[in-house]
Design a protein around this ligand. Structure first.
Ligand code: ADP
Ligand code: MG
Length: 265
């Protein structure tokens, strides 16, 4: 299906008819098969779907880590699907913050140094970098852990450092790949509250891959990927999306029975 929305303002992300195939030996595996998706600036989108359905692939394409086999991807006016490696790397460092399931912090660097890493690619002076790092760590509530190494932090704290690193350059777009996937309920909850705040208060557009119905319930929009195509696209208010996500988690088919309440005719 097509999940492009018609509005006056151009969307922050416009994915048009992308296909992504990987070649393994002589075999070609088609992972994404004609996906179109718009994401408005300021939205918080949860991307769900079974393991292997291409969620990470789609996220990486939108974030400019990878390029589609065919089709186009525009983000904030830039066509990321056709940029050179170098241009893409520069674009990424200025526009996208990454949050991973396993945090991906550098173990030999302190929290401060981890958060400073993406800023080393910018023209900021040392003093300006310090200011940015301190601000980012204060947003995630870890001003008192700046000199700690990752192994001295809990999983939830590590993920908060990773989020501080993701926002240090003040990017428009945050992409998160199962950000609560390795955390216990309470720490996961803290991460979700933080993501919600970054969306709400700081206006970050967030695209989050998740298996967790509780995480999906925080998003404003739920997109479901299955067998290379976007199967459903539910924009919901308040609790409805939570019900939908919970139905999905229990093995039921979400969307069914909710259409009358959540989708405008
Ligand atoms: P998900 O995140 O939904 O679990 P992925 O996007 O990671 O799914 O993977 C989708 C499919 O693409 C899987 O079958 C996976 O094996 C394949 N795949 C992902 N990355 C590569 C790659 N770099 N090379 C070959 N196959 C890949
Ligand atoms: Mg994945």
């Amino acid at each position: 299906m097509t999940a492009q929305v018609k509005t006056d303002r151009p969307p922050l992300i416009r994915v048009t008819q992308i296909r992504k195939a990987y070649r393994r030996d002589t075999q070609e595996i088609l992972v994404l098969d004609g996906i179109s998706l718009d994401v408005e600036e300021g939205d918080f989108v949860a991307l769900m779907g079974p393991s292997g359905s291409g969620k990470t692939t789609l996220l990486n394409l939108v974030a400019g880590i990878d390029r589609p086999t065919s089709g186009t991807i525009h983000v904030g006016g830039a066509e990321v699907s056709s940029m050179s490696e170098g241009a893409l790397a520069r674009w990424r460092s200025e526009n996208v913050g990454f949050i991973f399931q396993l945090y991906n912090l550098v173990p030999v660097l302190t929290a401060f140094e981890n958060v400073e890493l993406p800023l080393l690619l910018t023209r900021l002076s040392r003093a300006e970098r310090r200011k940015q790092v301190e601000m980012a760590l204060s947003v995630v509530g870890l001003s008192d852990r700046m000199t700690h190494y990752p192994r001295q932090l809990s999983g939830g704290q590590e993920q908060r450092v990773a989020i501080a690193r993701a926002i240090a350059t003040d990017p428009t777009l945050l992409v998160a790949d199962e950000p609560t996937g390795d955390l216990d309920g309470k720490s996961g909850e803290e991460i979700l509250v933080l993501l919600e705040r970054l969306n709400d208060e700081f206006g970050k557009t967030i695209v989050m891959v998740t298996h967790d119905p509780k995480a999906a319930a925080r998003a404003h929009r739920l997109v479901h990927l299955d067998k290379g195509v976007l199967e459903e696209d539910l924009r919901a208010e308040g609790k409805e999306i939570g019900v939908a996500a919970a139905t999905l988690a229990s093995g039921g088919r979400w969307g069914r029975g909710l259409e009358g309440t959540s989708k405008q005719p």
